[in-house]
Design a protein around this ligand. Structure first.
Ligand SMILES: *[C@@H]1O[C@H](CO)[C@@H](O)[C@H](O)[C@H]1NC(C)=O
Ligand SMILES: [Zn+2]
Ligand SMILES: [Zn+2]
Length: 402
């Protein structure tokens, strides 16, 4: 037993040596200019990705999980990061051996500092509540896809006391309930008739222990409200009302595994408010009331033609698409377009979700606007044209044609 313990110690001291040679920035997918926020975000994402609970069939995952924790611990500490930046992993190691703290914590402890749940996803623990939010997204963004950062306010485990609630890390057994968390209370129902009831201890809130020196930051609550930044990866052609899941990003508590943040992406009404600070949206807002409308993978567009264009052809339009490329519409001389004519242009609709390079159709609906004959003074001229055709072909035929 003693031998085993000793060899375990040796092993444990060797592991950091091997890992110390790693590039901490690379492990977190960052470069040297990364902000503390970037480092935190990278840790949140990667620690969940490589958590052994999530990768039961991948033994390499727990090494990755450990590496990510180590990289985070080093880079999130200003002083350690400075030393690491200047002298590398070896320099940092020497510095730590010089007695300036250092060494690495259990990666599961670090994980639980972020997400609660005792460092694990599974194991029948209580789950915190999910958080569900609607996020308005422009049709333009559904078309082009892209990343978007957003912030949520949520309950986070207090970093100062690491979720203990205590300033010095000590807790004491609750004197009121002797650590049981519950008390027996006697109620008198009638003279001489008592009922005994078990209630949750109000002194310790059922915890069984109390904190004599509460943490200055969270006041003993173990958690505090904070704002975190999340990054939404919107894929091209994502369906309207799709739900994106950010696992374990909900309210944190030492008492539960954090729930999920659920983001419903909802297309902003095309006819609604256009964000005047966003050039793209103004451009596609088409203030004359023209908008692309989406139906599944297809886009709909209404194009207006004048009487002459509709009757005689010989017109072109440069339709600016959602990402700025131009779709040419037009008819040659002599080609008539009937009112409400519908043209289907293959491949100019929405990108099809998760099918790279495939697109739906663009459906163009033509509307013909008649000139105001009174204002334009065209009435007399047109009358002559029609009269001439009446004589030439007979009234019935002309009526059918025009
Ligand atoms: C459309 O764009 C082309 C250049 O690509 C230009 O020659 C043409 O005049 C434009 N047509 C219209 C109707 O604006
Ligand atoms: Zn605290
Ligand atoms: Zn108690």
């Amino acid at each position: 037993m003693k031998f085993l313990f000793r060899s375990l110690l040796i092993l444990l001291s060797i592991i950091p040596l091997i890992l110390a040679a790693q590039d901490y920035y690379k492990i977190l997918g960052l470069d040297k200019s990364a902000s503390p926020k970037d480092i935190k975000r990278a840790y949140r994402t990667l620690s969940k990705k490589w958590h052994p609970d999530k990768n039961p069939d991948n033994p390499a995952a727990s090494d990755k999980f450990r590496e990510v924790a180590e990289a985070y611990e080093t880079l999130s500490d200003d002083e350690q990061r400075k030393i690491y930046d200047r002298y590398g992993a070896e320099g940092l190691k020497k510095h730590q051996q010089g007695g300036q703290g250092g060494g690495h914590h259990d990666p599961f402890d670090l994980f639980s500092r972020f997400f609660g749940g005792g460092g694990h996803f599974h194991g029948g623990q209580r789950r915190g509540p999910n958080m569900e939010l609607n996020m308005p997204i422009s049709l333009h963004d559904f078309y082009t896809g892209g990343q978007r950062e957003f912030q949520i306010e949520k309950q986070q485990i207090c970093e100062h006391c690491e979720g203990s609630g205590s300033a010095d890390g000590h807790t004491e057994t609750c004197a009121e309930c002797s650590g049981r968390g519950v008390k027996l209370v006697k109620h008198m129902l009638a003279p001489g008739i008592f009922q005994q009831m078990q209630t949750i201890c109000n002194k310790c809130n059922g915890q069984g222990h109390v904190i004599s020196k509460p943490c200055k930051i969270c006041g003993g609550a173990k958690v505090k409200k904070d704002t975190v930044t999340l990054k939404l990866d919107l894929e091209k052609g994502t369906p309207n009302h799709a739900q994106m899941v950010f696992e374990n990003e909900g309210d944190e508590s030492p008492d539960w595994v954090a729930g999920d943040v659920l983001i419903n992406v909802i297309q902003m009404e095309a006819t609604g408010e256009v964000d005047p600070t966003n050039d793209e949206e103004v451009k596609h807002g088409k203030t004359d009331g023209m908008f692309f409308r989406r139906k599944g993978n297809d886009l709909y567009w209404k194009e207006v033609l004048g009487l002459r264009e509709a009757l005689l052809g010989d017109w072109t339009r440069n339709l600016t698409h959602l990402d700025g490329h131009v779709v040419k519409l037009g008819k040659k001389k002599g080609i008539t377009v009937q009112p409400n004519f519908v043209e289907r242009i293959k491949g100019e609709g929405m990108p099809i979700y998760q099918k790279d390079g495939e697109f739906g159709d663009l459906v163009v609906e033509y509307e013909v606007i008649l000139p105001d004959l009174m204002d334009s003074g065209m009435r007399k001229d047109l009358q002559e044209v029609f009269d001439k055709w009446h004589k030439k072909k007979g009234e019935k035929l002309v009526k059918d044609e025009l």
